[in-house]
Design a protein around this ligand. Structure first.
Ligand SMILES: *Cc1c(COP(=O)(O)O)cnc(C)c1O
Length: 365
């Protein structure tokens, strides 16, 4: 069986370090906002090249608290991609603002900067590009639009830890906020839920810290309504250990993608596009094919996992369908019909990659 991601293998390679780190937390009994969270925040900030990092309970919360700290609220519009996980749009709704979906680029699957400007209204306050599947969105064009229209730039980095653009600038260090998820299957994942907000502004970092901890700076003194959204010490221990290996993990994801590209060339499928200007970290390896159902069936017969990320664009999800009935985003609507993600993880062996590629070739003979 070849899974989409093999978390067990990754755990066993770091088992001694992770087990002893967790045992240490259990012995010391400081579980919430302790020394490992503080250390992880500064190690992650240094790795990403950002002045501040605030660890929170999930990627969804990272987006929510970033928008809340920025004062986005009812009456405000936030432009984002329709081809993403629902959390991107949920966070916009949590603060009472309205998601405005604009179409994606057919090659990168990221929000298309050329479509953004037409969607800007006097109510627009922010843009949330998603660095989908580990590939940075076109940040030079999006930064330029934000500057010209005085819009806040909030990066959804849930799938892009370690991805870089604009001359080696890491995703999460470009906009006013970077929002990361440490869900177990993400490129940097813990063993439960976790997330992080990165930012340049000390003032906004303080706001996020206050919001994640019940609106409190000093214990039992509360000056705003906040949330309970903290990363715990056990997750921080795991993340600190995995952060040491993130470059190797991402390099190996690129290795897998490169071999897939070679083995799948010449077939009537579209392999992932890379513009050569940024570092894609292949959270997913996603192909396009009008033979998707046949490929999935063949893979399943050979005990190989595959998955459709994502089968429905957000403006067509039940929860939004009524409100966005008149919204037409043909590129996203077309991509969801043909996209298929293949197994990819740092520990994937050449033999496994060849097996997947051969199974796909089989469907074309
Ligand atoms: C995973 C993900 C999120 C949400 O992160 P959680 O940690 O699961 O809350 C947000 N946006 C995108 C693009 C994601 O892939």
């Amino acid at each position: 069986m070849i899974p989409m991601v093999d978390l067990n293998l990754q755990y066993h390679r770091l088992k001694n370090e992770i087990d002893s780190g967790i045992r240490d937390v259990l012995e010391k009994c400081q579980f919430i906002l302790g020394p490992n969270v503080t250390a992880f925040e500064s190690e992650a900030a240094e790795y990403l090249g950002v002045p501040h990092a605030v660890a929170v309970a999930s990627g969804t919360d990272a987006l929510h608290l970033a928008l809340a700290a920025a004062g986005i609220g009812p009456g405000d519009e936030v432009i984002t991609s329709p081809f993403t996980f629902i959390a991107t749009a949920e966070a916009i709704r949590y603060v009472g603002a309205t998601p405005v979906f604009t179409d994606i680029d057919p090659q990168t699957f990221n929000i298309d900067p050329a479509k953004i400007e037409a969607a800007i209204t006097p109510a627009t306050r922010a843009i949330i590009p998603v660095h989908l599947f580990g590939q940075p969105a076109d940040m030079s064009a999006i930064t330029d639009i934000c500057d010209r229209h005085a819009l806040l730039l909030v990066e959804d980095c849930a799938q892009s830890f370690g991805a870089a653009t604009l001359g080696e600038t890491m995703t999460g260090a470009i906009g006013s906020f970077g929002c990361f998820s440490f869900f177990p299957s993400k490129n940097l994942g813990c063993y439960g839920d976790g997330g992080m907000v990165t930012l340049a502004s000390a003032e906004l970092a303080d706001s996020v810290r206050v919001l994640r901890n019940h609106g409190s700076r000093q214990r039992y003194h509360h000056h705003v309504i906040g949330f309970n959204s903290r990363l715990d010490e056990i997750q921080a221990v795991i993340l600190r250990e995995k952060l040491k290996h993130i470059d190797e993990y991402n390099a190996n994801r690129r290795r897998v993608a490169k071999l897939y590209n070679e083995l799948l060339s010449g077939l009537d499928i579209v392999v992932p596009y890379e513009d050569g200007k940024c570092v894609h970290v292949y959270h997913q390896y996603t192909i396009l094919s009008d033979q998707r159902e046949r490929i999935m069936k063949e893979l399943a017969e050979q005990q190989i996992s595959s998955a459709i990320y994502y089968p429905i664009p957000l403006h067509r999800q039940d929860v939004f369908a009524e409100a966005y009935r008149d919204c037409s985003l043909p590129v996203a609507e077309n991509v969801v019909k043909n996209c298929l993600s293949l197994p990819i993880f740092p520990e994937m062996s050449e033999e496994q990659i060849v097996r997947v590629a051969n199974a796909i070739k089989n469907t074309f003979v």
